[in-house]
Design a protein around this ligand. Structure first.
Ligand SMILES: [Zn+2]
Length: 303
C-alpha cells in the first residue's frame, strides 16, 4: 500500500480544532459514502462509528483516530513538500504554521484501510486534545465494541514506537505483542511508553488490547509540525499487515482491569488558562527534549 498523498493533503487543509470538528466529520462521511459495505452511527459527542462488512466476520480489528486538532489557524494555509517532508505555511505571510498531521495521519490510515480491507471497524473520535472527551463517551457504545478483537491507533510522533503502555495502564496484551513480533521487526517498531491517547481510554474501559503506533509526524502542537511521508507509509503498511496477519485467528486480545492513575491527563494541563500561540519563537513552551512526552511522567529531568 502507498499513502494517498492527494487525500492526505486534503485532510491537512481542513480546519478542525477541538469542539469544532464539523468540517472534518463532513469530509469523512462524504469520503466514506463512496466506499461500499459501510454502515455508520454517530453519538452525542459526535464520535463516528463505522463498520465495513463484506464477509460477515465474527469479529473485527478496530482502528481509532481523532478528528480534532489543537491548531486554530488565523488565515489560509498552503502545504510545502520537499524531500519527502510536508510542512504548512500561511499563504499571506509565508510564515510556517501547524500542519494538522496529529491526527490527520491517523485519519488517512483509517480511511485507506477502510477502502482496502474487506472487514474493519473504525472509531473516529472528537476532542481527544481536550483529554479524550470523545473517547470517554465512545467507550459507552458497548454494542459497537462487543465484537472488536483489538484496537490500533496511529497517533504517535516519530517512526518506531509501538505504545503498549499509556494513560498509566498496560494497554496492550502480551499475547498481542507476541503475535506481531515479526512484523515489529520487519517495520522497525519497538515497544514504548506513551502518555495519553484515545486507545488508553478505550482499553481501560473496555478491557480490549490497544496500541498506538508512530505515524511519521513530529513537533505536533507547534508551528514546526511536519510529516515524513515515508514514515507514514511504513506505519500504514505495518498496520495493514498486522490486521491481515491476525485475520484468521479467533483470539480476542483482552487486558486485565487497571486503574488509570489519571482519569483525565489533561487536567494537569490547565486548559482554561492555556492559549495556543502559533507564532514562531525560539523558545517554545514544551517539555524537555529528553522526554518530549507532555507530562514527563517517566522523565527524571526538571525544566
Ligand atoms: Zn493526536
Amino acid at each position: 500500500m502507498k499513502v494517498n498523498l492527494k487525500l492526505l493533503k486534503r485532510l491537512y487543509l481542513i480546519d478542525h480544532e477541538s469542539t469544532n470538528e464539523h468540517d472534518m466529520i463532513s469530509f469523512i462521511l462524504n469520503y466514506c459514502y463512496k466506499i461500499p459495505h459501510l454502515i455508520f452511527s454517530i453519538d452525542k459527542e459526535r464520535n463516528l462509528f463505522i463498520t465495513k462488512n463484506t464477509t460477515n466476520p465474527e469479529n473485527y480489528a478496530c482502528v481509532v483516530a481523532h478528528m480534532d486538532t489543537i491548531h486554530n489557524f488565523t488565515s489560509a494555509r498552503e502545504l510545502v513538500i520537499k524531500n519527502n517532508i510536508i510542512t504548512a505555511k500561511y499563504i499571506k505571510s509565508g510564515i510556517q504554521c501547524g500542519l494538522n498531521a496529529d491526527d490527520c495521519n491517523g485519519i488517512l490510515v483509517a480511511l485507506q484501510l477502510l477502502e482496502t480491507l474487506p472487514n474493519l471497524k473504525v472509531c473516529f473520535t472528537t476532542q481527544e486534545e481536550l483529554g479524550g472527551i470523545g473517547a470517554y463517551e465512545a467507550a459507552n457504545n458497548i454494542e459497537f465494541f462487543l465484537n472488536v478483537r483489538y484496537l490500533i491507533q496511529a497517533d504517535r510522533r516519530g517512526n518506531k514506537d509501538l505504545i503498549t503502555r499509556t494513560n498509566g495502564i498496560d494497554s496492550a496484551s502480551e499475547k498481542f505483542v507476541e503475535d506481531i513480533q515479526s512484523l515489529m521487526e520487519k517495520y522497525s517498531y519497538s515497544e514504548s511508553i506513551g502518555t495519553f491517547t484515545d486507545i488508553g481510554v478505550l482499553a481501560s474501559k473496555l478491557l480490549i488490547s490497544g496500541v498506538n503506533v508512530s505515524c511519521g509526524y513530529y513537533n505536533e502542537h507547534t508551528f514546526r509540525e511536519y510529516c515524513n511521508i515515508n514514515e507514514l507509509n511504513n506505519c500504514l503498511n505495518f498496520i495493514y499487515e498486522i490486521i491481515t496477519s491476525l485475520d484468521n485467528q479467533e483470539t480476542t486480545y483482552t487486558i486485565k482491569a487497571q486503574k488509570p492513575y489519571m482519569s483525565n491527563y489533561y487536567s494537569n494541563y490547565d486548559y482554561d488558562n492555556y492559549t495556543y500561540d502559533d507564532s514562531p519563537k525560539d523558545e517554545y513552551d514544551l517539555p524537555c527534549d529528553h522526554c518530549i512526552d507532555q507530562d514527563c511522567m517517566h522523565c527524571k529531568q526538571t525544566w
